[in-house]
Design a protein around this ligand. Structure first.
Ligand code: FE
Length: 196
């Protein structure tokens, strides 16, 4: 049985960038629906007590789509905060980002450009491999290739109520609520895993 994880903040906490109404629908309806779907699909399959990761690993098709969407949304809520702070310029993550993208604004420009180019539904991730941080985009429920640091949901349901079809404006808003502390911890964990 998969549970809907609690939202790490109140539904209106990300306003004005992401409205209470969007979170109510996105978390309360969409994310919950993926959880309900997985639970229906794994009923009497031997996966009833399996972890979400195990279900994702072993499945394809509809089970994979719903299970991966549960995981992606949980990671997305954690990628944002109502207690925003700029990424510390002395941090390893800041240095890795500015090494790859020349400047922090260079990173933001590249992130926004890639996000607006994803055709249809998907996700945009900041990930890390052995060498570099990377911006990766994925379609539908697909997982990134490398270790994820943060993610932004590019499905229209994440921004249509607030920005209609203007995905670029939504990304500009997202930059104001990124949880850099979360991303920094994921960067450290990702690097530790690679070097061990
Ligand atoms: Fe979504």
């Amino acid at each position: 049985m998969i549970e809907l994880p609690e939202l790490p903040y109140k539904e209106d906490a990300l306003e004005p960038y992401i409205s209470k109404k969007t979170i109510e629908f996105h978390y309360g309806k969409h994310h919950k629906k993926y959880v309900d779907n997985v639970n229906k699909l794994i009923k009497n399959t031997g996966y009833e007590n399996a972890s979400l990761d195990k279900i994702i690993e072993d499945s394809s098709g509809t089970v994979f789509d719903n299970a991966a969407q549960v995981k992606n949304h949980t990671f997305f809520w954690e990628s944002m905060t109502d207690n925003f702070e700029d990424l510390d310029e002395d941090s390893k993550l800041y240095k890795a980002i500015t090494k790859k993208y020349k400047s922090f604004d260079g990173f933001k420009d590249a992130f926004k450009e890639k996000a607006t180019k994803v055709f249809g539904s998907g996700w945009i991730w900041l990930t890390t491999d052995e060498e570099y941080v990377n911006i990766e985009t994925t379609h539908n429920a697909q997982q990134p290739k490398h270790h994820p640091l943060l993610v932004c949901d590019l499905w229209e349901h994440s921004y249509y109520l607030d920005y209609q079809n203007d995905r670029g404006q939504y990304i500009d808003g997202f930059f104001n609520v990124i949880n850099w502390d979360f991303a920094g911890k994921n960067y450290k964990n990702g690097r530790d895993t690679k070097s061990s």
